[in-house]
Design a protein around this ligand. Structure first.
Ligand code: HDD
Length: 703
């Protein structure tokens, strides 16, 4: 697979640069200094049973290198996955920014994107409840630009000086290092109840946003208000939005926990597999633009990272698209060693005084120094800009450049004055913002409203989304041991929405509060996931089969799905083949026991009398159906396959009866008996495109 990628004639500049560093296994084994080695299984010893000799340089080198293979994991966002691709702007944005890559629509700027969870260690599960990192490095011709965002548009805190406090509270507790990659524990919720600025973010983290179905199906946000600067030095406030082509979709909570055991690499694998299949993930980049003169037009502070700029007030303008089309060759070299930094900017993109952003501009460089072992991490292949580097920086651990000549200072005359200062038209110019004030430690009064937008978010959601939030608070707080912490959070929720607070209080055994304030009733529909379009493209469907299956039904379904870019996995009782109803052999893709219902978007049970009898007596198959129902997934059954559904512990449904000739749909369960297979396939595909059947009644289903 990687060969095809490498042989491609369409290598971008970054790919060509990386090519110089790629190494393929070939030839004879050597030491790291190139000496040939003919035995790497037996250490040099004094006699067959004697002690190992110090002289065995190969043994010592092999062990020493191994002993030093690990580097510190990222203090946050340790668990991640990444890929290369490109970004292309639609139209020149010269009115707002002079950034070259945002002004040339013919240019494909290479990118590397790393997605991540925040709290868990490098080896933690992908599907935990958490914010997801969405960090993009643009290798522009004017230097690297890093947009280090998240899949949630707001943040936990307003000032970066609180970041260590927040992270200490959400990470596993220090005395016993429990729980791993979970927010459901006392210290996080203690922090929350004492720091009400967290409330807006906590509403998002308790929502389905924290359980993405796929990295390919999440939005990304720059979070802060940044600043575009044009060639005249004029600034415009800007907020960045990534919108996935596949829509924004989530898993359900019970499902995420099961996937954590069945396939902890679920999101990582999904990204990798989609790219290897050629189903390249794609996002549109959009911006919200606010003229400098409108800085104080809103009922919140644009510099406050716990606030969104509602799209209904300032619409998102699409400006370009990003495609991820190449997996890394080596996880450590590329995905682990990539170093993002919010202060990696290019001319035309600048900061604002958001105190969280200001802190980040310190922290990211600092963290790379310890994580990557010194000041030369920008020379690592994945971090190298495609733009020329002439920086007069010298020496340090792991220096890779061989700088020639006698000078490494400015000004010099001995190297002809090189490198000399960049010209007006190419240099980064800091935006000339007027700043004046007294030195004080005081959070601006304009940062003090912590509830209005938390309520706005809640008001904007569909009923099922709200129900998920309430259930999430009840789960998380239900794990909290300290009663006063539970009560403290409920008291804040009471300022967000009284009914929510009462619901949560009742669920966690604390006294429901009296109404404190009235819900302001405003909403921002754009934040609801119910509004996002869907598609079946790249969705995974499990088709359950056993001996006696009517293979024609499976084949027709598979090609109908393939037409839309969806994938069918035929799951049999064992690997190999099953017998069909006409006595031939039919190949299965996997044994049912090696996968699980939670790894699929939908389930189909085809017909065939013996097939139905076998599946009806197979607990695993019945569990697939039951769990899929519980998790709101589309289920289809054809002919005798309909009988299998009757064996699963589902609520009573209107299923196709014998003698019917037509498709029946009840709560996303689609059945037919008779000849209308095509109608069934069409209804199934339409239902799958809507992702989940949220209005289904699942409470009584034992899964
Ligand atoms: Fe951060 C990593 C996103 C606030 C300090 N952060 C990191 C990554 C993402 C974000 C996506 C992983 C990058 C990668 O894949 O390598 N962080 C955010 C967002 C924030 C935010 C969207 C708020 C808007 N971060 C934030 C603050 C601080 C940090 C306030 C410190 C003051 N973040 C770090 C860090 C990390 C990091 C410690 C750990 C590893 C790294 O930087 O490279 O410096």
């Amino acid at each position: 697979m990687s060969e095809t990628r490498r042989d491609s004639a369409t290598k971008d500049e970054k790919d060509q640069q990386l090519e110089r560093h790629r190494v393929d296994a070939a030839g004879e084994l050597t030491t790291s200094t190139g000496t040939r080695v003919d035995d790497t299984d037996n250490s040099l010893s004094a006699g067959g049973r004697g002690p190992t000799l110090m002289e065995d340089f190969h043994f010592r080198e092999k062990l020493t290198h191994f002993d030093h293979e690990r580097i510190p994991e990222r203090v946050v966002h340790a668990r991640g996955a990444g890929a290369y691709g490109y970004f292309q702007v639609y139209e020149p944005l010269s009115r707002y920014t002079r950034a070259h890559f945002l002004n040339d629509p013919s240019l494909r700027t290479p990118v590397f994107v790393r997605f991540s969870t925040v709290a868990g260690s490098r080896g933690s599960a992908d599907t935990v409840r958490d914010v997801r990192g969405f960090a993009t490095k643009f290798y522009t011709q004017e230097g690297n630009y890093d947009l280090v965002g998240n899949n949630i548009p707001v943040f936990f805190i307003q000032d970066g000086i609180k970041f260590p406090d927040f992270v200490h509270s959400v990470k596993p507790e220090p005395h016993n290092e429990i729980p791993q990659a979970q927010s459901a524990h006392d210290t996080l919720w203690d922090f929350v109840q004492l720091q009400p600025e967290t409330m807006h973010m906590m509403m998002w983290v308790m929502s389905d946003r924290a359980l993405p179905r796929s990295y390919r199906m999440m939005q990304g946000f720059g979070v802060h208000t940044f600043r575009f600067v044009n060639a005249n030095g004029e600034g415009t406030f800007v907020k960045f939005h990534w919108t996935p082509k596949l829509g924004t979709h989530s898993l359900v909570w019970d499902e995420t926990q099961k996937i954590g055991g069945k396939d902890p690499d679920y999101n990582r694998r999904d990204l990798w597999d989609a790219i290897e299949r050629g189903q390249y993930p794609e996002w549109e980049l959009g911006v919200q633009l606010v003229p400098e003169s409108d800085e104080h037009r809103f009922d919140f502070d644009l510099l406050d990272p716990t606030k969104i700029l509602p799209e209904e007030q300032v619409p998102v303008t699409p400006i370009g698209r990003m495609v991820l089309n190449r997996n890394p060759d080596n996880f450590f070299a590329e995905t682990e060693q990539i170093a993002f930094h919010t202060a990696n900017v290019v001319p035309g993109i600048d900061f604002t005084n958001d105190p969280l952003l200001q802190a980040r501009n310190f922290s990211y460089l600092d963290t790379q120094l310890i994580r990557l072992g010194g000041p030369n991490f920008q020379q690592l292949p994945v971090n190298r800009p495609v733009a020329d580097v002439q920086d007069n920086q010298r020496d340090g651990y792991g220096q890779h450049y061989v700088h020639r000549g006698r000078t490494s200072y400015f000004k010099n005359s001995l190297a002809g004055g090189c490198p000399y200062l960049a010209g007006e038209d190419t240099a980064f110019k800091h935006y000339q913002e007027r700043v004046d004030g007294q030195k004080i430690r005081h959070r601006s009064d304009s940062f003090q409203d912590h509830y209005t937008q938390a309520t706005l978010f809640y008001n904007s959601l569909a009923n099922w989304e709200r129900a998920h939030i309430s259930a999430a608070f009840q789960f998380e707080l239900g794990k909290v041991e300290h009663r006063h912490v539970r009560e403290g959070v409920v008291a804040h929720l009471n300022h967000v929405d009284h009914d929510l607070a009462v619901d949560v209080a009742n669920g966690i055994g604390v006294d429901p509060p009296e109404r404190a304030v009235a819900n302001h009733g405003r909403s921002s529909p754009a934040v609801s996931q119910a509004t996002f379009p869907g598609t079946v493209y790249s969705r995974q469907v499990a088709v359950l089969v056993a001996d006696g299956v009517r293979a024609a039904e499976v084949t027709a379904l598979r090609s109908a799905l393939a037409e839309h870019g969806a994938l069918a996995d035929v799951l049999g009782p064992r690997d190999g083949t099953v017998r069909t109803d006409d006595g031939s052999n039919f190949e299965v893709d996997r044994a049912m026991s090696t996968v699980a219902s939670v790894l699929y978007d939908a389930i189909v049970v085809p017909g065939g009398a013996d097939n139905a009898t076998a599946l009806s007596g197979d607990g695993l198959a019945l569990n697939f159906i039951t769990e899929a129902f519980k998790h709101h997934k589309p289920i289809a059954a054809m002919n005798e396959g309909v009988d299998v559904l009757g064996r699963a512990p589902l609520p009573s449904l209107r299923l196709a009866n014998s003698g019917d000739d037509g498709v029946r749909t009840d709560q996303g369960v689609i059945t037919n008996r008779g000849s209308d297979d095509q109608g069934l396939r069409q209804t199934f595909i339409e239902t799958l495109a809507r992702h989940r059947v949220w209005d289904r009644e699942v409470a009584s289903v034992p899964a």
